[in-house]
Each structure stands twice: as structure tokens, then as C-alpha cells.
Design a binder for this molecule. Structure first.
Ligand code: NAP
Length: 282
């Protein structure tokens, strides 16, 4: 008979690792990204999120390289469709069925998988949620190319996706200081599927040191380009911010990224430490 997971194992299963940002650029060496993914897996992390838009496929290639060295069925592989990026400055939406099919073919090739476990629409405008797109996603699911269908957004496109009844995964900012209408939306999403938190560390950013890591440099560049979400007025520690998202914010999981092993270890500790591990299983 299988044993119930220890508190800590349950806690760490709620932390995902994002292969994004600097992990798709020369700021981080490909071997360093692969090593970080392997370390995260060794610490118990099982969800790995990426997108073709991160480094125009480079982040997916690096995740594919790591996946080739990990047990096939254990990690949950999450990627996205609909946002095409050629560098930091140029981004276009591509949610037409033809483009979506082509994008998934490319992702499967780079990830070295026959199936993407979680597929998210990457920041779609509400107008992109057409019947043709939904039919394409459902067809891909029946074909076995994708497992669950999700949406990643900060705005009312989340409500539009919820209304279709086809989405079971909702990736959205979850942190203190969000407006009440977004918090109410998170409640509705959670009632319909799995709520996956991003931008969780936003309240801790005021306390981050000067941008000495590739990750911090990347975040600074995003802020300068207006791509980062707002920094909440209530500062928190990293541990508080992660646990706020999981307990007060109601997230089923949190995806964070880092370029530093000590930060990865800390984030794993933060969701599994004795004080929080109990709360996590409650
Ligand atoms: N934000 C979005 O628009 C978005 C959209 C779709 C999906 N996602 C997914 O969400 C993932 C997370 O992205 P996010 O934007 O939400 O960022 P985040 O994980 O909240 O923050 C990442 C930043 O926090 C720093 N950091 C991480 N752990 C730390 C620690 N223990 N102490 C101090 N600094 C720490 C990292 O720098 P270091 O490298 O120095 O640790 C990096 O600058 C992405 O990888 C992606 O998979 C995000």
C-alpha cells in the first residue's frame, strides 16, 4: 500500500519551476539551466513551465535537454501557445488554429516529448477565444498532443476562458495588494479548476538586493520595458509571499523562477518548512 506523502513532499509538489526569462538567453549558460532543472527535480519539484516565446524556443530546448535525463512520466511539462517573440522588444499574437498547431509541433520537438501535459494560451486578448481556436485545442487534446488546457493572463480574458467551460488550468498573478475584482476572479477560477500562481514574489521585490544575478538583471529589464506587473505596496519576505499565495491567495500551485541555486533551495524550504508544511496540508 502506498504511503501518504510526508508534509514536505506535499509542500514541494505545490512549487513549480519556470524555465523562462534569462533561461532562454545567453545571460545563463544552457548547462546552468539544465543543472537548475535537475536540481529542482531532485528537491521534489515536479512542474516545469516554459513557452516558445521565451528566447524564441531556447528555453523549451533547454527544458527538453533536461527532460531527456529525467524519468519520462514524472515531471509535468507545461508550455504555451499564441505569443511569438523575437527578442525582448518584438512580440506578436498568433492564436489562429494553423499557428497553434504549428506552435505545438515545434514545442513537442524542442521538448523532446510526444505530449505536453499542460498547454496554456499565452496572454490572449478576449477576441482570440474563438470557436475555431477552442475546437483546435479540444482536437489536440483528443489526439493526445496535449493533456489539460489552460490560460495564462492578468485580465478579463480569464473570465472569458472560464465561461467557455473548456479550461481547467488558470495561471494568473497571486499576491498581496491585488485589486478586489482580481481576488474575486481568482475565487471563481479556483472553483472551476486549478489556480496556478505567478508573480508571487512581487511583494518581496523591494527587499531584493541590487541586480547582481542574471535573474535580477532580467527583471530590471522587464520593468524598464513596462512588462513587469506592479510592485505591491506591502513588502513581504520571499517566504511570506510564497505562503500568502498558497494559503491566503488560494493558489493550488506557485510557479517561480530563479537563476541561483541558493534561491531555489530557499524557495523549496519556504513551502516545506515545518511551520508552513503543516499549513500546506491543512
Ligand atoms: N510574469 C509573467 O508575466 C509570467 C507569465 C507567464 C508565465 N510565467 C511563469 O511564471 C514563472 C515565474 O515568473 P514570475 O514573473 O512570476 O517571477 P517570480 O518567480 O515571482 O520572480 C522571479 C525573480 O525573483 C528572483 N528570486 C527568486 N527566488 C528568490 C529568492 N528566494 N530570493 C530572492 N530573489 C528570488 C529571481 O532572481 P534570481 O535569479 O536572482 O533568483 C527573479 O528575478 C516564469 O518562469 C514562468 O514560468 C510568468
Amino acid at each position: 500500500m502506498s504511503q501518504p506523502l510526508h508534509d514536505n513532499a506535499v509542500g514541494v509538489r505545490r512549487l513549480g519551476f519556470g524555465v523562462s526569462g534569462p533561461h532562454g538567453t545567453p545571460l545563463v549558460r544552457p548547462e546552468a539551466t539544465v543543472a537548475m532543472i535537475m536540481n529542482a527535480f531532485a528537491m521534489g519539484v515536479r512542474v516545469f513551465d516554459t513557452a516558445p516565446a521565451y528566447g524564441a524556443g531556447e528555453a523549451e530546448r533547454r527544458l527538453g535537454e533536461a527532460l531527456a535525463r529525467l524519468p519520462t512520466y514524472e515531471p509535468i511539462v507545461s508550455t504555451k501557445v499564441g505569443l511569438k517573440s523575437s527578442g525582448l522588444m518584438k512580440r506578436t499574437h498568433e492564436f489562429e488554429p494553423e499557428n497553434v498547431r504549428r506552435s505545438i509541433e515545434g514545442s513537442l520537438r524542442r521538448l523532446r516529448r510526444s505530449r505536453v501535459d499542460w498547454l496554456f494560451l499565452h496572454g490572449p486578448p478576449t477576441s482570440a477565444l474563438t470557436d475555431a481556436l477552442l475546437k483546435t485545442l479540444v482536437d489536440l487534446k483528443f489526439k493526445g498532443d496535449i493533456g489539460e488546457i489552460g490560460i495564462c493572463s492578468r485580465d478579463h480574458a480569464l473570465d472569458a476562458a472560464l465561461a467557455t467551460g473548456q479550461f481547467t488550468l488558470f495561471m494568473a498573478p497571486v499576491h498581496i495588494g491585488l485589486p478586489p475584482n482580481h481576488l474575486a476572479r481568482l475565487e471563481r477560477l479556483k472553483a472551476a479548476g486549478e489556480l496556478i500562481a505567478i508573480e508571487t514574489l512581487a511583494p518581496a521585490k523591494r527587499r531584493f538586493p541590487a541586480p547582481v544575478s542574471a535573474g535580477a538583471t532580467w527583471q530590471l529589464a522587464r520593468s524598464l520595458l513596462g512588462r513587469a506587473g506592479p510592485v505591491p505596496p506591502t513588502p513581504m519576505t520571499v517566504e511570506e509571499a510564497l505562503n500568502w499565495a498558497l494559503h491566503k491567495g488560494g493558489a493550488n500551485r506557485v510557479i517561480t523562477t530563479t537563476t541561483r541555486l541558493d534561491h531555489l533551495e530557499f524557495n523549496v524550504y519556504a513551502v516545506t518548512s515545518p511551520s508552513t508544511g503543516r499549513l500546506i496540508t491543512a
